[in-house]
Design a protein. Structure first.
Length: 136
C-alpha cells in the first residue's frame, strides 16, 4: 500500500520561511517536502544524497530507480550509480543485499549496453568495482 502522505508529514518537518529571497536549495527543499514518496524524482534523489537530506528515503528511492534502470541519471547515463559509488561505505552497508543485486545487474547490462564513447564501458566497470568493494 502506497503512502499518500507528504514528506513533511512523514518526517515532521516544516518549510523554510524567510523575509528575504530563498536560496535555490531552500526552494528545492520546500518543494521536496510537499511531495509524496511516489512523486520523488531521480533529480530529487541525487540532490538528497548530495545534501545528505532524508538519506534513508534517498537510498530507498535510489535502489528502486536502479532496479528499473541501471543507467538512470539526471544529466548523464549512470549518474545515480556513480553517485552511490562515491558514497561512504558506512552508509551503503545497510543496503548491501539490494546493492549486491544491483551490482550483478550492472555487470550484465554493461556487457550489452550501447556505449556512447570509447572508454565509457571501462569507466562504468570502475564504478561497479568501487561500489562492490564498499558493500562487501
Amino acid at each position: 500500500m502506497e503512502d499518500k502522505r507528504k514528506i513533511k508529514e512523514i518526517y515532521n518537518c516544516i518549510s523554510i520561511v524567510s523575509s528575504e529571497e530563498l536560496y535555490p536549495l531552500q526552494k528545492w527543499y520546500n518543494q521536496l517536502i510537499e511531495k509524496t514518496i511516489d512523486e520523488i524524482t531521480v533529480s530529487d534523489v541525487l540532490r538528497m544524497i548530495r545534501q545528505k537530506e532524508f538519506m534513508n528515503l534517498a537510498m530507498s528511492k535510489a535502489i528502486n530507480f536502479l532496479q528499473e534502470d541501471i543507467f538512470v541519471g539526471e544529466s548523464y547515463e549512470g549518474e545515480l550509480f556513480e553517485k552511490l559509488s562515491e558514497m561512504d561505505s558506512s552508509v551503503l552497508i545497510s543496503y548491501a543485499d539490494d546493492l549486491k543485486n544491483i551490482i550483478k545487474n550492472a555487470l550484465v547490462k554493461s556487457e550489452i549496453h550501447d556505449w556512447s564513447y570509447n572508454g565509457e564501458e571501462e569507466e562504468f566497470k570502475d564504478l561497479i568495482n568501487s561500489l562492490s568493494q564498499k558493500v562487501r
